[in-house]
Design a protein around this ligand. Structure first.
Ligand SMILES: [Fe+2]
Ligand SMILES: [Fe+2]
Length: 327
C-alpha cells in the first residue's frame, strides 16, 4: 500500500475503528493507523484529506478496520458524533456495521458522561446522540436486532446504560408509542438512568461479595443523586428525570427511594424499570453469572404487581416471541 508508512511507537495504545465511520472528504483531525503484517503503521496523518480514492484502495485491500491512538480517542469520538447521522443514513453502509458504530459511539459517550457527569457539554452530546439512536432504531425491528447482536453482555455501567436505552426505546415502540418527543425524552432518561452511580465508589460498585447494610443504603441513593446531577446541569427535558429517579420503584411498593405504586410511577419509569431489571439479570457481573433471557423473563412475570403487566407482556413478545406461550 502506498502510504508514508511510519512504524507506530510500540508503547502507544490503539483502538480499532470501522472504515465506514470515516467519511470521504470530511476533516479528520487525528492520525489513522493500519495493521500491516501484524504491525500498526501510520496510514494518514491528521488533517490530510481522506478521499474516495483512499477509501477504494483500502476496500480493494479488504481493509475494513483502521486504528486510532488511544490519546486521540476523544477527537475521534467527537468526529464520529458529528458524522453519525450521515453514516446511519448511508445506504452503502451495512446494517450490522451501522449498529456496531452506533453501539461503540454510545458506549464511549456514556463512559464520558459517567466520568464527568456535571460537565454540561457531555449531557448535551448525549441528548443529540439519543436523537440519532432513536431515529435509527425507529427504522425497524431488523435494525434493533442487529444492534442487539452487538450488545456486549459484560457488565459495565456504561454498556448497561446503552442497553437499557436500546431496550426502553424498542419496548415503547412495541407498545405503539411513536411520538418523537416521547421517545427522545424516554431514551435520554434511559441512557442516563444510572448517572448517579458516578457518585458511588468503584469499591462498592464492583464489590464481589454482598453489600453490607450501610453500603446498600449508599447504593440506594443513586436515583436521587442522578436526578440532582441532571438538575444541576439543566440540559435535558424535565420529563427525562422521571426514569432516573424512579427506575428502582416497583409497583408492589417494595422499590426505592419512595416505595411508589404503579399508579404513582411515570410511564417512562415503568418502561425503564423493565429494561433495567432485564439487562441487570442477563448481564455477567463480578458477583453474578448472566442469566438467559427466558428464565429472566419468567422471574419478572412471577413478581406479580412489580411491573406494569401490559408493558411486561409486550417486552416478553419483543425479546422472545416464540417462547411466549410457555411463560
Ligand atoms: Fe439503577
Ligand atoms: Fe441500571
Amino acid at each position: 500500500m502506498s502510504s508514508t508508512a511510519i512504524k507506530a511507537r510500540t508503547e502507544q495504545k490503539f483502538v480499532p475503528i470501522y472504515l465506514d465511520s470515516i467519511r470521504v472528504d470530511s476533516v479528520i483531525n487525528f492520525d489513522l493507523y493500519l495493521l500491516v503484517n501484524k504491525q500498526l503503521v501510520l496510514y494518514r496523518a491528521a488533517n490530510l484529506p481522506f478521499t474516495e480514492r483512499t477509501r477504494m484502495k483500502l476496500l480493494d485491500n479488504r481493509v475494513d478496520r483502521l486504528f486510532v491512538a488511544q490519546e486521540d480517542r476523544g477527537q475521534y469520538q467527537r468526529y464520529i458524533e458529528q458524522n453519525l447521522p450521515k453514516i446511519l443514513a448511508d445506504p452503502s453502509v451495512q446494517e450490522i456495521k451501522k449498529a456496531g458504530i452506533l453501539y461503540e459511539t454510545s458506549t464511549n459517550l456514556v463512559k464520558d458522561v459517567l466520568s464527568n457527569p456535571t460537565f454540561g457539554e457531555n449531557i448535551q452530546r448525549s441528548r443529540e446522540l439519543v436523537t440519532n439512536a432513536v431515529d435509527y432504531i425507529l427504522k425497524g425491528r431488523d435494525a434493533f436486532l442487529s444492534l442487539l447482536k452487538i450488545t456486549s453482555f459484560d457488565y459495565y455501567t456504561y454498556t448497561h446504560s446503552v442497553n437499557v436505552c436500546t431496550f426502553s426505546i424498542a419496548l415503547a415502540q412495541q407498545c405503539g408509542f411513536d411520538d418523537e418527543e416521547f421517545l427522545h425524552e424516554l431514551g435520554t432518561g434511559a441512557l442516563l438512568h444510572d448517572v448517579g452511580k458516578s457518585r458511588i465508589s468503584e469499591r462498592i460498585l464492583n464489590k464481589r461479595s454482598a453489600l453490607t447494610p450501610i453500603e446498600f443504603e449508599i447504593m440506594k441513593k443513586h436515583p436521587k443523586w442522578g436526578m440532582e446531577i441532571l438538575e444541576e446541569t439543566d440540559q435535558i427535558a424535565q420529563a427525562s428525570y422521571y426514569p432516573v429517579l424512579q427506575h428502582h420503584e416497583r409497583g408492589d411498593r417494595r422499590g426505592y427511594p419512595s416505595g411508589l405504586s404503579l399508579d404513582e410511577m411515570h410511564t417512562y419509569s415503568k418502561i425503564v424499570a423493565i429494561a433495567d431489571s432485564f439487562d441487570a439479570m442477563t448481564t455477567e457481573r463480578v458477583y453474578q453469572r448472566a442469566m438467559d433471557s427466558y428464565p429472566a423473563l419468567k422471574i419478572m412475570l412471577s413478581l406479580s404487581g412489580a411491573y406494569d403487566e401490559q408493558l411486561l407482556r409486550s417486552f416478553v413478545e419483543l425479546m422472545g416471541p416464540t417462547g411466549l406461550a410457555d411463560l
